[in-house]
Design a protein around this ligand. Structure first.
Ligand SMILES: Cc1ncc(COP(=O)(O)O)c(C=O)c1O
Length: 388
């Protein structure tokens, strides 16, 4: 291994794909004189109804805000238990805890890192109110299995679709299963609005409640109050939050959503190249794809390092000028979860995976050469058995 082989410029783990048309869409919104929640948010919500098949869509300032609104609107609170995989973003666990409810963690399937329906039923107690499956890295969770168990026990299902823009399960897009779902537009997601999120629902009463809670408990947003002939008076029906998306963000989201198909085809092609380029590498487990019909959004490419200590592997990637991510530290092992919620059940597959998971660079602007470079580096690092 000579240093000449190593790139001089840093290959980031992720980079949003921003084109001139995105810049123009935001600039046009800026020039329009209306930059907070308004017609562009409405259009973005319509596009999500069409994308997912859900009857309702509510744009929000982040997926975290959306999860908070949903847990609140569904009445989840003290004394309730909410089942979630431990391999999820801490935001979900935080929102459950902040509502005064208790997160109950279930194991995942090692290959896909998705919630294992076989483990779900044994976690249900009389206090269980809801289950929050994640479509991990864009691979759909086994929705039939999860929905069947939820129905048997009268549980709400909330899809964490933060990774699932473009993900389908047996021909149904995430958010299209008749249960609430939350999407994220954080800069590393498959489309971005800078920060932002979308809730999809199939229940008009729930949608109305979410809209109220999203904006102070006021029924009409400012666009309807300050527009021509609008009625500026308002009443507050429930104390609410300030979780609205802005038209500036929606303008970017609409422009990005037009290219979601192109983005995801590119991601899938690069992911396939990784799977081929890293096939058979000792000390590395590659992501498995679900056995049922699906479309993968390839939001992340998460490998498991088994052949060496992960920190040394990270150091090796850094030495090769390659960025990396961690999705996610196991939530049941987080400091406050263990400290405040008490000892947690062991989750063998989650813990086995959590020791080695590393997210490799994956985003549409990467070249085939970039993927080949990462594959070469990964092989070298693992063959040497240690970082620099
Ligand atoms: C699985 C998962 N859920 C929820 C979130 C929260 O999304 P946001 O950053 O939009 O609040 C993320 C964000 O990274 C995520 O990866």
């Amino acid at each position: 291994m000579t240093d000449l082989e190593k790139r001089e410029t840093f290959l980031p783990f992720n980079r949003p794909t921003i084109a001139d048309e995105d810049v123009e869409a935001v600039a046009s919104c800026l020039r329009s004189g209306w930059i907070t929640t308004g017609p562009r948010c409405g259009e973005f919500e319509d596009l999500f109804r069409r994308l997912t098949g859900a009857s309702g869509a509510v744009s929000v300032s982040s997926a975290t805000a959306g999860m908070h609104l949903l847990l609140t609107a569904l009445g989840i609170g003290p004394g309730d238990e909410v089942i979630t995989p431990s391999l999820t973003f801490a935001s979900t666990v935080n929102q459950i805890v902040l509502r005064g409810a208790r997160p109950v963690f279930v194991d995942v399937e090692y290959g896909t890192l998705n919630l294992d329906p076989a483990r779900l039923e044994e976690a249900v107690t009389p206090r269980t109110k809801a289950v929050i499956p994640v479509h991990f890295a864009g691979a759909p969770a086994d929705m039939d299995g999860i929905l069947k168990i939820a129905e048997r026990h009268g549980l709400f299902v909330i899809e964490d679709a933060a990774h699932a823009l473009g993900t389908t399960y047996r021909g149904v897009h995430a958010g299209g299963f008749g249960v609430p779902a939350v999407f994220s537009f954080h800069p590393i997601k498959n489309i971005t609005t800078g920060e932002g999120g979308m809730i999809t629902v199939d229940d008009a009463a729930l949608e109305a409640k979410l809209r109220l809670l999203r904006f102070h408990g006021i029924a009409r947003d400012a666009w309807r109050r300050y527009g021509k002939g609008g009625d500026p008076s308002y009443d507050v029906f429930d104390p609410g939050y300030k979780y609205n998306l802005t038209d500036l963000q929606a303008a970017l989201g609409i422009s990005q959503l037009r290219r979601l198909g192109d983005f995801n085809r590119r991601r899938a092609s690069l992911a396939t190249r990784y799977l081929e380029g890293l096939a058979g590498v000792a000390g590395l487990d590659l992501p498995a794809v679900p056995p049922y019909p699906h479309e993968h959004s390839w939001h992340l490419f998460v490998v498991k390092v088994t052949g060496m200590e992960r920190e040394r592997f990270w150091a090796g990637l850094a030495d090769w000028n390659i960025g990396y991510g961690l999705h996610f530290p196991a939530a049941h092992l987080l400091d406050y979860v263990r400290g405040r919620l008490g000892p947690q059940a062991t989750l063998p597959e989650t813990e086995r995976a959590a020791r080695g998971i590393v997210s490799l660079p994956l985003y549409p602007a990467m070249t085939e050469g970039d993927v080949d470079y990462v594959c070469r580096a990964v092989r070298r690092i693992l063959a040497a058995g240690e970082g620099p």
